[in-house]
Ligand binder design. Structure first.
Ligand SMILES: C[S@@+](CC[C@H](N)C(=O)[O-])C[C@H]1O[C@@H](n2cnc3c(N)ncnc32)[C@H](O)[C@@H]1O
Length: 354
């Protein structure tokens, strides 16, 4: 069965990368048609998915441009390879976007003109019960974006301590009943392992006492496990640090987030890199040695009501855009502008160029 993905904030995101006049206030549909010329340069789609953003971006790029696309998911990578077969401007890397700088260096690229990240999971990943992301569909309790590496949710829940499970569900799901859920998982695995999505969804529903309107009681737990297993916040922090080093002057970053934890990281990074003096005001650094702004924030874009009406995923989407200034990087390469998610561990480089 073919699963499809409807891209969110499609035109504003591509416009953010290629439109010299882009502003969050004027990021309306139709703006791409008024572009003065097709853009040359090197661009990155860190989250290819089904390629909706990449295809629209390609239509705005010149024949000599390059678009390097990343995804962790082997199914997304198969789609990206099919696009490459049609369009030689596309280069495909099966890896997490955290390792984009090293992977781009392997391709001979040390500076880029635009990077877009459309975070989280794609609709095909949710809709395909076999991927184990959905609490609505019976499937193996997997939840890995990269099905070729790392533990599944079932394996992790079988081995993690009550404290680890509680910590993950509380931190990434902001779930009030994290401790009760962790205890219930530990009690349940004494007799029978949790094998399927519905095993876990039913266990959580039996423990979470309050109901949030319109939300399944397992929503927060599934989100938390997905974020943890795929190291989503650690990867985002590493990607933001990489982007600061990779962007050419006037190069753009466009990030679409779907929940507050990731949006906060993007927002704080852009704010700190745009106003480093304010961010470091409490440190004993003389004015002349203060780092200069290396990003200019171009603002935040939310989906229009008609997009939300046609695509529920658009409701929580937040696009943030920033442009690299001409100022040199500070001595730490901008690392101090990127918050470190609690419990973060260094990224392992995964996969390779395909
Ligand atoms: C929301 S979808 C992207 C959809 C895409 N923009 C489109 O229009 O088709 C997110 C994709 O990013 C991938 N992904 C999520 N985190 C990633 C990471 N750290 N590195 C690489 N790919 C990642 C997922 O596997 C998924 O395919």
């Amino acid at each position: 069965m073919a699963f499809t993905h409807r891209s969110v904030l499609l035109e504003p995101t591509v416009g953010a990368l290629v439109d010299p006049q882009f502003s969050a206030k004027s990021a309306r549909r139709g703006s791409l048609e008024a572009l003065p010329a097709r853009r040359s340069g090197v661009f990155v789609d860190g989250t290819f998915g089904r390629g909706g953003h990449s295809r629209l971006l390609l239509s705005c790029l010149a024949d000599d441009a390059r678009l390097v696309v990343f995804d962790k998911d082997p199914e997304a990578i198969a789609q990206a390879q099919a696009l490459r077969a049609e369009d030689p401007r596309v280069e495909v890397v099966h890896a997490g976007f955290a390792s984009m700088r090293e992977c781009l260096q392997d391709l001979g690229v040390d500076q880029v003109d635009g990077v877009m990240l459309d975070l989280g999971v794609s609709s095909p990943q949710i809709d395909d019960a076999a991927r184990g992301f959905s609490f609505m569909r019976e499937g193996p309790l997997d939840m890995r974006m990269d099905t070729s590496s790392g533990p599944t949710a079932a394996q992790w829940l079988a081995e993690a301590s009550v404290d680890e499970i509680r910590e993950v569900i509380a931190r990434y799901g902001e779930e009030r009943f994290a401790f009760q859920i962790a205890k219930a998982v530990a009690a349940r695995r004494e007799s029978r392992p949790l094998r399927t999505t519905l095993d876990l969804a039913e266990l959580v529903a039996g423990v979470v006492r309050t109901r949030e309107k319109g939300q399944h009681p397992a929503t927060r737990t599934f989100q938390a496990l997905r974020i943890h297993l795929n190291r989503e916040l650690e990867e985002l922090a590493l990607a933001l640090a990489a982007v600061l080093k990779l962007l050419a002057p006037r190069g753009r970053l466009a990030v679409i987030s779907f929940h507050s934890l990731e949006d906060r990281m993007v927002k704080q990074c852009i704010a700190a890199a745009s106003r480093p003096a304010a961010a470091q005001a409490r440190l004993p650094i003389p004015e002349k040695d203060m780092p200069r702004p290396i990003l200019l924030s171009l603002g935040r874009v939310l989906a229009e009501p008609d997009e939300v009406a046609g695509n529920a995923r658009a409701r929580s989407a937040v696009l943030r855009v920033a442009e690299r200034t001409h100022e040199p990087l500070p001595p730490d390469g901008g690392a101090s502008f990127v918050g470190t998610p609690p419990g973060a561990a260094p990224a392992r480089r995964r996969g390779g160029r395909t």
